[in-house]
Design a binder for this molecule. Structure first.
Ligand code: NAD
Ligand code: MG
Length: 386
């Protein structure tokens, strides 16, 4: 029986994780849960899975949750300390890190410091603080399992192989809802258009990141740290069908890929049950039902965010954290209708142009760079007219 804590249980990844847990009560047990908003759903999850400890992001929400759970025996906490308490709870073996954004950084670091294995969905953690995280993982000898479908595919395609034999990692990208949209038309797309992803159902922030292709940029940086591969060995192929989740190329010219129906429950199940495999409820793949699998190079002119992520990764130090912060601010501004879709990369680029990268040697310094990036990006957003 594996005992789990989930950070971000009410989100898209959190809900899918709980579906897998519910399907395997003999294999997984929930000890602790945390959520941001959506207290009604959170209360229902707590009734169903009966964790000992729960936390809400905002301490002001504690009284309302207490009312919703008046008849339940559960310790309710909140704030960053509460999230860290969930991440470090006694008897928890694995923490599923499924908070969105840089907010996941501190509790995920706390989990590692407490010796918990981590199933990592929160890619922003590795983007902002990759070197520090990988150092922490090594220092505390915990296991880090990727949940992101591309990274799960790379993990599965590189198992049993020597890392020095890898010549290239090829991340696949669906291309999102605007794969074929002209630059002219991209200026006018709405929030609704951008939230309409063709293949994946996900949280709002990552769905916008997928439309701008910043998601792929974040994933390139995530892969760089997870698999210790230099930037020049990571490439991106657009693959509209999202059937091949990513590939690894070796010195002998062989390429190993992982395929499956696009459903996050597959990589989540693998991270939870590794090295065993358990049923995930994902629809079996029938290749004969598909018209074909196609691949082509991304267009950096229409999707500048991908180029910005490569630039941030190349400049290194505090630049990826600043880029990530600017992206979070710009995506929020877009979702609230304050800036247009093509202004997202402009906000990020201007923030990066104004930043002098410096070395980050602690999580506190990462958080400082994150704050700097947010402030700078907010000012730029405010100065833009739609
Ligand atoms: P989501 O928005 O659906 O859920 C986020 C969860 O985090 C919710 O439980 C929310 O209440 C909580 N949360 C939000 N802000 C918080 C804060 N400041 N403090 C504490 N908790 C907070 O997001 P998601 O789509 O499930 O994505 C979660 C993470 O997984 C992201 O980093 C995303 O990039 C990554 N990811 C998601 C998918 C997917 O299919 N959804 C795929 C790959 C990777
Ligand atoms: Mg992904």
């Amino acid at each position: 029986m594996k005992q789990l804590a989930i950070l971000g249980s009410t989100g898209s990844i959190g809900v899918s994780t709980l579906e897998i847990v519910a399907a395997h009560p003999d294999k997984f047990r929930i000890i602790a849960l945390s959520a941001g908003k959506n207290l009604e759903l959170f209360a229902r999850q707590i009734r169903q899975f009966r964790p000992k400890l729960v936390a809400v992001a905002d301490r002001d929400d504690i009284p309302q949750l207490r009312v919703l759970l008046a008849d339940q025996e559960v310790v309710i906490t909140g704030g960053v300390e509460g999230l860290c308490a969930v991440a470090t709870a006694d008897n928890v073996q694995m923490v599923v890190a499924a908070i969105v954004g840089a907010a996941g950084l501190v509790p995920t670091a706390a989990a590692i410091r407490a010796g918990k294995d981590v199933a990592l969905a929160n890619k922003e953690t590795l983007v902002t603080a990759g070197h520090l995280f990988m150092e922490l993982v090594a220092q505390h000898q915990v296991k880090l399992y990727p949940v992101d479908s591309e990274h799960s595919a790379i993990f599965q395609s590189s198992e049993g192989h020597r890392s020095q034999d890898i010549t290239r990692i090829i991340l696949t990208a669906s291309g999102g809802p605007f794969r074929e949209t002209s630059l002219e038309r991209l200026k006018k797309v709405t929030v609704k258009d951008a939230l309409n992803h063709p293949n994946w159902s996900m949280g709002r922030k990552i769905t916008i990141d997928s439309a701008s292709m910043m998601n792929k940029g974040l994933e390139v940086i995530e892969a760089r740290w997870l698999f210790d591969v230099p930037p020049e060995k990571i490439s991106v192929n657009i693959h509209p069908q999202s059937i091949i989740h990513s590939m690894v190329e070796y010195v002998d010219g062989c390429v190993i890929a992982q395929l499956g129906t696009p459903d996050m429950k597959a990589p989540i199940a693998y991270a939870l049950s590794y090295p065993a495999r358990v049923s995930s409820g994902v629809k079996p793949l029938d290749l004969t039902e598909l018209a074909g699998l196609t691949f082509y190079k991304p267009d950096l002119e229409r999707f500048p965010c991908l180029g910005l992520a490569y630039r941030a990764m190349g400049e290194g130090e505090s630049m990826p954290a600043v880029m990530n912060a600017a992206n979070e601010v710009a995506v929020e501004a877009f979702l609230e209708g304050r800036i247009g879709f093509l202004q997202i990369p402009r906000v990020i680029e201007q923030t990066m142009d104004n930043h002098q990268p410096h070395r980050l040697s602690s999580i506190e310094e990462v958080l400082e760079a994150d704050r700097w990036g947010r402030d700078a990006a907010r000012n730029i957003c405010a100065s833009l007219t739609r």
